[in-house]
Design a protein around this ligand. Sequence first.
Ligand code: GDP
Length: 297
Amino acid sequence: MFENLSERLSGVLDRLTKQGALSEDDVKTALREVRVALLEADVSLPVARDFIKKVQDQATGQAVTKSVTPGQQVVKIVHDALVDTLTGEGDPGALKIDNAPAPILMVGLQGSGKTTTTAKLAKRLKERDGKRVLMASLDVNRPAAMEQLQILGQQVGVDTLPIVKGEDPVTIAKRAKTQASLGGYDVYMLDTAGRLHIDAELIQQAADVRDVANPRETLLVVDGLTGQDAVNVATEFDDKIGVSGVVLTRMDGDGRGGAALSMRAITGKPIRFVGTGEKMDAIETFEPERIAGRILG
Ligand code: GDP
């Protein structure tokens, strides 16, 4: 892993460039380094390839600004193109929560950080937006998951739907809706069951819940450290359930954030938030600039 793409590119490019414009060869040489950087950041190969092609066309022939070296200039072009690809429409942090009670469906694999993210977002909605939030766990397979949400709810001061043993997820979702309406809540969050891998039952369950809840937002929680796998997960969930955005967790870890670029390029879904730790405040609105910087090292 290298730390500074800018320096490496300067070494390669500043020797080559004699004229005032970036030649095709210079750009090609530079983009070889950029390609390595992308792959090291865990960007998938087809996405890295497409991206490089796009930047190649943009950069070739560009006049080199006097104040920067050609290397710095290529880094800037690459950085801006990364930001461009990563940027979705609208404000990623603005959840659609008008028409109370607004349902938010949380989906994702087990261990992705779904339950933690549900509580983090509930806290955020309460504290930043002054919303009354109700959370409900639909994980009937793992009673511990229901209790976990309840404990997190107490921790962040957000109500959870009382646990009733023996109910199926659809029944719980309906009960959450009723309770949210009667209790005057602005938002109710449905934390669906996760599994280690995507399977037909998991998808069916989430689809059934979606059909009764008619969510305003369906947020897919993905472990940002899983790289390539994250893209497959996102594609599958989006095809089968339809997601309105992605939350990338564990962005406090060593990962370079390449999954963000791949996911955005392949699914077209906006990344809305990033999880940056285990604490309940460790969630941030997605900022393309920051991830772009991280991908480039
Ligand atoms: P779920 O099975 O998808 O509901 O996953 P959990 O919410 O139970 O999270 C699994 C583990 O990941 C827990 O120990 C969380 O504290 C941890 N976790 C969740 N989000 C993050 C994050 O953004 N960063 C870090 N470092 N850990 C996280």
